[in-house]
Design a protein around this ligand. Structure first.
Ligand code: GDP
Ligand code: GDP
Length: 436
């Protein structure tokens, strides 16, 4: 399970410079959203063999001059709730400011491990500038320069040291990790509360848990299932909850940590762009997907209503054709048991392994029924397929030419596989390899 490290601090201290240095060329999880100054705010990095996510809190909302302090408080609170270690960055050139003191107070009372990074110490002669930051009463200030790279290793050493010592919010192996995701007000907290009220909760006391958000594990039909808490799912934060980007970040983090995503829709409303966006993240992350249409108790319906709603889902969430759709009510508990049964079922598919022999029998059948395409006298040859990974299933396909392996034929092969083996709820990833 990957821990999270957040960088907080005043505007212009150098947070994004450090962030970019840490993330480098790696793909950031967040793609760009219009109206946001920085598109990359969460990404993965590694130091001394430990992989962790880094969040640049400065990238969450663009600063507006008059409410900087308010925004900083929001960012700090978010970092406190969502991360395992916080890098608090100050500007050694400017020196200590009141805003630094204010944020330091919040961080200090949070009991989160804090690494105090004094940036813009560009050469040794400026080293003495760090001493005034002892006043903040946090850990020892560490001199660094995000621009030149000096001291960054010391900061990361301190971060990793905490990650090692504290242990992170480890979820025990052997449980199915489920994230309940969806736009605000679809009933995520209600669903979590309903499930935890009904099922036998396994009290797990993991020592050294640093995250405030506690994942809840319960047993369903003898199998442990862990609901990933997105901090504030059950305890909502007044401080930042109504800024959309924060909830998106929380969602992304929950998706990352899950095996199965329950994509919750509000049955009293039409399927929206925002639903599609959330669902898209789960799909792109390669998670098992279940669509649950909530508040079905409040929908006036006849025998056609469910089918009509399913049509909407097929249209607007067309990339999730493989996902089962359930109509539920978190309020009355209607079909919540069925939903949990579906979690077990999809997890079975998610972890499925198919032998190379089986795969190639299917391939032979499929290519006989519908010949591979050819172009300019050259025909696509599919030599063989083999499963190279699971969670989700990854299948390497060896072909004579990638170009000839059109999307439509890939789709055909995928559908054929789905017809033969049950991959309900599971994206299948094809890795296409050319072989001479
Ligand atoms: P953020 O608002 O905290 O994310 O700050 P930025 O990363 O955007 O940096 C603000 C300014 O400080 C930019 O002009 C950077 O080039 C500059 N800066 C960042 N790190 C350093 C550093 O180590 N030394 C110096 N001298 N300038 C830096
Ligand atoms: P969240 O923002 O996704 O966590 O949504 P909440 O769980 O806070 O629910 C939002 C609102 O929808 C609350 O007023 C709930 O009482 C209501 N709600 C949640 N689930 C249901 C349901 O199954 N049926 C009905 N009628 N209302 C629901």
């Amino acid at each position: 399970m990957k821990p999270t490290v957040a960088i907080v601090g005043r505007p212009n201290v150098g947070k994004s410079t450090l962030f970019n240095r840490l993330i480098g060329e790696r793909r950031a999880i967040v793609d760009d959203t219009p109206g946001i100054t920085r598109d990359r705010i969460i990404g993965e990095t590694e130091w001394r063999g430990i992989t962790f996510n880094v969040i640049d809190t400065g990238g969450i909302e663009p600063y507006s001059e008059d409410i900087i302090l308010k925004q900083m408080r929001r960012q700090a609170q978010f970092a406190i709730d969502m991360s395992d270690v916080i890098i608090f960055m100050v500007d050694g050139k400017t020196g200590l400011t009141d805003a630094d003191r204010e944020v330091a107070n919040m961080l200090r009372t949070s009991k989160k491990p804090i690494v105090l990074a004094v940036n813009k110490i560009d050469n040794i002669s400026q080293q003495a500038m760090i001493y005034e930051f002892y006043e903040l009463g946090l850990s020892d200030p560490i001199a660094m320069s995000a621009e030149h790279g000096t001291g960054v290793g010391d900061v990361l050493d301190a971060v990793v040291n905490y990650l090692n010592k504290e242990g992170i919010n480890e979820i025990e192996e052997g449980t199915i990790k489920v994230a309940i995701i969806g736009k605000p007000n679809t009933g995520k907290s209600s669903l979590v509360n309903y499930i935890l009220g009904e099922e036998r909760v396994i009290v797990s006391d993991i020592p050294g848990t640093t995250r405030d958000a506690i994942d809840s594990t319960f047993e369903f039909e003898g199998i442990p299932i862990t609901l990933i808490d997105t901090a504030g799912l059950r305890r909502k934060s007044k401080i930042y909850d109504n800024v959309e980007r924060y909830s998106m970040l929380r969602t992304l983090q929950a998706i990352e940590r899950s095996d199965i995503c329950i994509i919750l829709l509000d049955g009293t409303e039409n399927v929206s762009e925002q639903d599609a966006k959330v669902a898209g993240y789960a799909y792109e992350a390669g998670k098992g997907c279940i669509v649950a249409v909530n508040k079905w108790d409040a929908v006036e319906k006849d025998e056609k209503t469910a089918d009509e709603y399913k049509k909407q889902i097929e249209e607007k969430l067309s990339f999730l054709k493989f996902a089962p759709v359930l109509f539920i009510s978190a309020k009355t508990g209607f079909r919540v048991k069925k939903l949990l049964e579906t979690v077990l079922y999809v997890y079975g598919n998610y972890t499925r392994r198919i032998t190379t022999g089986q795969l190639n029998d299917v391939l032979a059948e499929a290519t006989t029924i519908y010949q591979p395409p050819s172009d300019k006298g050259k025909q696509l040859k599919i030599y063989y397929m083999t499963q190279v990974g699971e969670k989700p299933p990854k299948i390497a396909i060896f072909v004579n030419s990638k170009d000839l392996f059109h999307f439509s034929y890939q789709r055909y092969i995928e559908n054929y596989l789905r017809k033969t083996f049950d991959f309900t709820g599971v994206p299948i990833i094809f890795l296409i390899r050319e072989k001479g």
